[in-house]
Design a protein around this ligand. Structure first.
Ligand SMILES: C[S@@+](CC[C@H](N)C(=O)[O-])C[C@H]1O[C@@H](n2cnc3c(N)ncnc32)[C@H](O)[C@@H]1O
Length: 218
């Protein structure tokens, strides 16, 4: 690892990818080593039962989506539907997205990352995605010009994410209200039906962005 270059962000504590073992039954999807058509690679973290993943893959045949879910029963529901839908541009993965990302993804390789309605982690804010040292690793996998979309119904989660994006990660970002008729995920449908406000944060990786992991590969 390179210790003495200047990074673009303010994160002092380094994520330690070398400490993570590969997930059980780990296999690298074919698209990662053999992307003949050069389809933009899209990642979804915490895909739940796959509502967003299945419709995104159907509507975007020119892109390849890797959607990861770690909870067994949700993944099983997702996997059943994915098998029925049989889309060649979707990989449904049962794994912890952190270990999986470390072992599978090359630097600067992902065009867009969706994190839709993550667990709120209100009692354990260190586990919120933008508070984790892992977020630096995730940024290293994102292509220049690539985008991270984070959605939540928890105002304090969004306030913190927006603050961390700007102040800790030094990244350009925009915050929006999710339209009331949006139906991307099961949680989104549930929250909007209860007339809760849902927010979305769009974060872009600029050309000059540097992380500790830009040359790191498992
Ligand atoms: C609140 S649910 C939202 C599910 C779905 N995105 C939706 O909006 O309907 C959050 C999901 O993220 C998954 N998750 C949390 N941390 C994860 C991780 N490190 N790797 C993979 N999945 C994770 C959980 O298992 C859970 O299913």
């Amino acid at each position: 690892m390179i210790d003495n270059i200047e990074f673009t962000h303010q994160q002092a504590r380094a994520f330690q990818p070398q400490r993570l073992s590969a997930p059980r039954d780990f296999m690298i999807p074919k698209i990662i080593s053999d992307n003949k058509d050069e389809k933009p690679l899209i990642l979804e973290i915490g895909a739940g039962k796959g509502k967003h993943a299945l419709s995104f893959a159907l509507q975007n045949p020119d892109k390849h989506l890797i959607a990861i879910e770690r909870t067994r029963n949700k993944f099983d529901a997702f996997s059943k539907l994915a098998t029925l839908q049989d889309l060649s541009n979707l990989d449904a993965i049962h794994a912890d997205a952190i270990a999986w990302t470390v072992h599978a993804l090359k630097p600067n390789s992902v065009a867009k990352i969706f994190i839709l309605y993550p667990n709120p982690e209100q009692h354990n804010p260190n586990q919120q995605w933008l508070n984790m040292p892992f977020f630096e690793f995730l940024l290293s996998r994102l292509q220049v010009g690539g985008e991270i979309i984070l959605a939540t119904n928890i105002q304090s989660y969004m306030d913190n994410a927006e603050h961390q994006a700007a102040k800790l990660w030094c990244l350009p970002n925009n915050r929006y209200r999710v339209p009331v008729d949006s139906q991307r995920t099961h949680f989104e449908v549930k929250y909007l039906a209860r007339q809760e406000v849902c927010w979305e944060l769009s974060i872009r990786k600029p050309k000059w962005y540097k992380t500790r992991f830009d040359n790191w590969q498992a």
